[in-house]
Design a protein around this ligand. Structure first.
Ligand code: TPP
Ligand code: MG
Length: 891
């Protein structure tokens, strides 16, 4: 049919539009996708060459990525799956409601899982693979706030009893309960990965997927098709950690990674992007980074409408409504939707004129439609060469009705009144009578019901239950005495730093025939800082695709070697990413049954201080391995100044219950600690990890004093007794790390003032502190029994004289053991902001050098009335100390 002649410009444009579309339709019918893509690319290029610069866009229309004609029908029984999902919805809600009825304010979340139920259930019934069959299941990061739903499913699967559900958020009741969120520390047979600190699950999942590849590429695990899934909230994507590593996932072509973002358009307080569209915003970020993006915006109910949308009017309208308004539709009537959404154009109104207001209200969104979700997962799991992100539109609090569906208060809603419960029950067809409803009882159908049979059959077919954490690794048999022996001898006058010693230990471990392949060195672009560059060549830097270029230093001995079986994880400048790798490697004993031993060395100030929450997540995950705070110490790191000089970490680490911290001074101390750490974590399988500070000040490493080993590990040992035991004035001096040398020097100074001082190396105030409290607690609870004596007390109870400690960390660290000493301790430490200076100036500024240790000792002797003020005054003069200098603690 000939088109009538256009009347005006608008008419002409409409005609052009139609003709071009029809021409494209012809190509689509005739050819494949590739042909269409090439054609459009050519047209775009042509326009560009004619001077028409097309605006950049990283987004596609606000419609589903997968078209209806590309969909596969849902396998299995939709009806049974719907009933199972309804039961889980009910029990998840009841768990929170009951917990809060019992104890007001105990908390919990209904609305997150209510919005995500379909996203989880399709995965549970068709995708998540358990570890049962070959020990090689999927790895799933569950959205923390959805945990009631995950517990409710485990209840139906018969893995959790109703008593456990009853004790949700009451973990201390007899028989135990369920933790609020995923915590492997608290539920070590159930949860694998802590996710509730938002943003950490996403970044950990990326590095987990990459680590899985690493294990395969290095031959530590056989190649597998298992997937890493991460479920996150749309609000959660505002956390910098969430999107901070997405380019790595694309660069590494992690097609074993699937993210599902539950786009309910709401976070805790209100809309995520009230004035924008979070799905479009995220699409641009992910597409820009190179991910495969699958949008699941609209449910099947919308398909017939979109099929009629020949002019793209509906798609255009969908793309112009902002999220705040979409949220409004969720709480409004069908009539409102008709008027407000479709009413902007008579042609749109015409599209829905055959539908009642009720039908409009029931138009389902993509994330609540199992068919759409199934197809998204199917495509995601079949995608090659790219990670996939699925963005699924849902309604927060779906099914909660008046109690919260789509409302701004829904995140915090923990209560449902009888009417809310009744309508929830009726909406989801839960067989609970009106008489029982007020109780919000849990409901589990009989064992032989179709629902439970189905659920069991599906999980069996998929290899067992998820989540499930099981440690199947064999304890490592390590006899590393020969390897560590050399370090007890000292360096015979040669100067070395503890960092150099660490690198030597690491190098030897890497070469060890038995455990060498299990060592995973991790560095965030800092290997040269720590003198580790020789390892580049020796064991290679891991790169899945090897090395596609000629390294510029190829002709040198220590060239920058990347290799597919490279062992070092050189993460670039990302402590958060490196820490995520550390967690993946340090939990591989449970996740993969492989005893990998990570050593993550970093600039110490950028550890606990910067990524402390990830370290906390590692602690919760029962991570094993060694964190090494390099270039540590407020005054030992010269020159770098306020931001770099770390006097904090040894204090922070004290608060991580399963983190064992040491501040070693000498080669033999470090060696003893690392050797024992490997034994405890990988032979004895203790759920602990280590934080060790290593420094770059070089000095001669002394030989190990006899019988020091036990004390090194417990936290202190006498390193050097006073030379002149006959002197009447006595002191006990404590030093750690590089500051120990200042204390040794103070011993000599004090001798000139007639003071005989013993020098102790305190390798760990943290261990002394914990042991002191443990003894004291036991004694409190066991009156009348022989009291336990803290190790620090046992060391010092008969030690004569005053106690003085000097540390490169804040004074609170040595102060922490004061309570178990026979007399008060006088502490010198580095409270305050650092300075760009050399070590001597820094130690003077912070008052932790040998002279200050001596003055502090004399001042304590004065306080005890053993010497006169004149002696101290003279010493201050002799040692050139300015008594009026500013206080470093706040200057
Ligand atoms: C780091 C961090 N900050 C804040 C919170 C508190 N918090 C818990 S849930 C939530 C809102 C979650 O919104 P969204 O990610 O969209 O998830 P939804 O519940 O909507 O699925 C907030 C702010 C947290 N758990 N972690
Ligand atoms: Mg949300």
């Amino acid at each position: 049919m000939r088109n009538p002649a256009p009347k005006d410009n608008a008419d002409l444009e409409a005609l052009e539009q139609r003709e071009w579309r029809e021409a494209l339709d012809y190509v689509i019918q005739q050819g494949d996708r590739g042909r269409v893509e090439r054609l459009l690319a050519t047209v775009r290029h042509h326009a560009r060459m004619r001077g028409v610069a097309l605006p950049f866009t990283a987004v596609t229309a606000y419609v589903n990525t997968i078209q209806p004609d590309e969909e596969t029908p849902l396998p299995g029984s939709q009806e049974i799956e719907r009933r199972i999902k309804s039961l889980i919805r009910w029990n998840a809600m009841a768990m929170v409601v009951r917990a809060n009825r019992h104890s007001e304010g105990i908390g919990g979340h209904i609305s997150t899982y209510a919005s995500a139920a379909t996203l989880y259930e399709v995965a549970f019934n068709h995708f998540f693979r358990g570890k049962g069959r070959d020990g090689d299941g999927d790895i799933v990061y569950f959205q923390g706030h959805a945990s009631p739903g995950i517990y409710a499913r485990a209840f139906l699967e018969g893995r959790l009893s109703s008593e456990k559900l009853e004790n949700f958020r009451h973990e201390l009741r007899p028989g135990g309960g369920l933790s609020s969120y995923p915590h492997p520390w608290l539920m070590p047979d159930f949860w694998e990965f802590p996710t509730v600190s938002m943003g950490l699950g996403p970044i950990m999942s990326i590095y987990q997927a990459r680590f899985n590849r690493y294990l395969e590429d290095r031959g530590l695990k056989k190649p597998s098709t298992s997937k890493v899934w991460a479920f996150l909230g749309d609000g959660e994507t505002d956390e910098p950690e969430s999107l901070g590593a997405i380019s790595l996932a694309a660069r590494e072509k992690l097609d074993n990674l699937v993210w599902v973002i539950n786009c309910n358009l709401q976070r805790l307080d209100g809309p995520v992007r009230g004035n924008g569209q979070i799905i479009q915003e995220l699409e641009a970020s992910f597409r820009g980074a190179g991910w495969n993006v699958i949008k699941v915006v609209w449910g099947s109910d919308w398909d017939p409408l979109l099929a009629k949308d020949h002019d793209g009017l509906l798609a255009k309208r969908m793309g112009e409504v902002v999220d705040g308004q979409y949220q409004k539709y969720a709480v409004e009537s069908g009539a409102f939707l008709r008027e407000n959404f479709f009413g902007t154009d008579p042609r749109l109104l015409d599209m829905v004129k055959h539908m009642s207001d009720d039908q409009l209200k029931k138009l389902r969104l993509g994330g609540h439609d199992p068919l759409k979700v199934f197809n998204a997962y199917k495509r995601a799991t079949e995608t090659k060469g790219q990670p996939t992100v699925i963005m699924a539109r849902t309604i927060k609090g779906y099914g909660m009705g008046e109690a919260g569906e789509g409302k701004n208060i829904t995140h915090q809603q923990k209560k449902m009144n009888d009417a809310d419960l009744r309508s929830f029950r009726t909406r989801f067809g839960i067989p609970i009578s009106d008489e029982q409803i007020a109780d919000a009882p849990f409901y589990r159908p009989p064992e032989d019901s179709p629902e439970l049979q189905y659920i069991r059959e599906r999980r069996k077919a998929l290899g067992g239950s998820v989540p499930s954490r099981a440690v199947r690794v064999e304890p490592l048999q390590v006899g590393l005495d020969a390897l560590f022996e050399e370090f007890s001898k000292g360096t015979e006058g040669r100067k070395a730093s503890t960092t150099m010693v660490f690198v030597r230990i690491l190098t030897k471990l890497l070469r060890d025939k038995e455990i060498g392949s299990l060592i995973v060195p991790i560095v965030p672009d800092e290997a040269r800082t720590f003198g580790m560059e020789s390892l580049f060549r020796a064991v290679g830097i891991y790169s899945h695709i090897g090395q596609k270029y000629d390294p510029v230093d190829m002709d040198t001995l220590l060239y920058y070697k990347e290799a597919q079986d490279g062992q070092i994880l050189e993460e670039g400048i990302t402590e958060a990413g490196s820490m995520s790798s550390f967690i993946a490697a340090g939990t591989a004993y449970a996740t993969h049954g492989v005893n990998t031993i990570p050593f993550f060395i970093y600039y110490s100030m950028f550890g606990f201080q910067r990524v402390g929450d990830l370290i906390w997540a590692g602690a919760d995950s029962r991570v094993r391995g060694f964190l090494l705070g390099g270039t540590a110490g407020r005054t030992t790191l010269a020159g770098e100044g306020l931001q770099h000089q770390d006097g904090n970490s040894q204090v922070y680490s004290l608060c991580y219950p399963n983190c064992i911290s040491y501040d070693p001074a000498y080669a033999f101390e470090l060696a003893v600690i690392i050797q024992d750490g490997i034994r405890r974590m990988y032979h004895d399988q203790e759920s602990i990890f280590y934080y060790l500070t290593v420094m770059n000040e070089q000095y001669a490493m002394p030989p190990m004093p006899p019988k020091a080993r036990d004390g090194i590990l417990k936290g202190m040992y006498r390193f050097k007794a006073a030379a002149d035991a006959t002197a009447t004035l006595k002191a006990q001096l404590f030093g750690s790390g590089a500051i120990l040398n200042e204390v040794v020097a103070a011993q000599d100074i004090l001798q000139k003032y007639g003071v005989a001082a013993d020098v102790w190396s305190v390798t760990s105030y943290g261990e002394l502190y914990r042991d002191g409290h443990a003894c004291e607690r036991w004694n409190m609870l066991h009156p009348g029994e022989a009291p336990r004596v803290p190790y620090v007390t046992a060391c010092l109870k008969d030690a004569p004289g005053v106690f003085v400690a000097a540390s490169d960390y804040c004074k609170i660290l040595p102060d922490s053991i004061d309570r178990w000493l026979p007399r008060k301790i006088r502490t010198l430490g580095t409270d305050g902001f650092g300075r760009s200076e050399d070590r001597a100036a820094l130690r003077e500024f912070f008052e932790v050098d040998a002279r200050f240790v001596a003055i502090a000792t004399l001042s304590e002797l004065l306080r005890e009335g053993q010497i006169d003020a004149g002696v101290v005054q003279q010493a201050i003069k002799d040692l050139g100390i300015n008594p009026e200098k500013s206080n470093p603690a706040m200057s």
